[in-house]
Design a protein around this ligand. Structure first.
Ligand code: DLZ
Length: 194
């Protein structure tokens, strides 16, 4: 059968720092996507303490949050200490933007960022405007900062399509895993291109 994803490559993520920002709209789809993303990062050797997870209300807010998260990690890096761990949506140690400096200071500048959102088409033009702006905004942040921003945004026509891309439906693939792999590959490659 034809394999839809990229031909596999293995990259060692043990030296990487990764920032994740996820939207909370459609959180039942977001949660497994976030889990899949983190699972792949860890499997590639990224240390849990080098993964920072933040959330925003909806996909519309992803570009500004990703941009600020990266800037904060740069600003904090010179005075960074070590030790505190990142929180996430699923655990009790949820980190939010209010505790951003502490979370970021523990890691330093990110090697790659991942933006996760789920946009489901409704009856109005809302979906088109948000999808277009968010994809362009994330690309802009990536090119402006020179840091890879993985496009972990599902733009789907139905709830069913979303669930089929989050590994919720039996036998379906969790696209979060691909996003984790892409972040590790791009983080490693960016270092070698610097
Ligand atoms: C308002 C809205 C709608 C209708 N649909 C979605 C969606 O499917 N996925 C998503 O991530 N966010 C949605 N939002 C919220 C917007 O992204 C944004 O949070 C609000 O418009 C506030 O700026």
């Amino acid at each position: 059968m034809h394999h839809k994803g990229p031909a596999p490559q293995y990259h060692d993520g043990s030296g990487l720092r990764i920032g994740i920002v996820h939207a909370r709209w459609n959180h039942t789809i977001i949660e497994p996507l976030l889990e899949g993303t983190k699972a792949k990062l860890l499997q590639c050797g990224v240390k849990e303490s080098n993964i920072v997870v933040q959330s925003v209300p909806g996909a519309w807010e992803l570009p500004i949050a990703v941009q600020r998260l990266y800037s904060a990690s740069q600003a904090q890096s010179s005075s960074a200490g070590h030790g505190s761990t990142a929180g996430d949506l699923l655990g009790s140690s949820t980190t939010d933007l209010t505790s951003l400096p502490a979370a970021v200071a523990s890691t330093g500048p990110f090697d790659a960022l991942i933006a996760i959102g789920v946009l489901i088409k409704g009856e109005t033009m809302h979906f088109e405007y948000i999808s277009d702006s968010v994809s362009q905004g994330l690309m802009r942040v990536s090119l402006d900062t020179g840091v890879p921003v993985v496009f972990g945004v599902l733009t789907v026509l139905s709830d069913e399509q979303a669930r089929a891309r989050a590994g919720i439906i039996d036998g379906s693939h969790n696209h979060g895993e691909d996003w984790g792999l892409a972040a590790v590959e791009m983080g490693v490659k960016r270092k070698s291109w610097a």
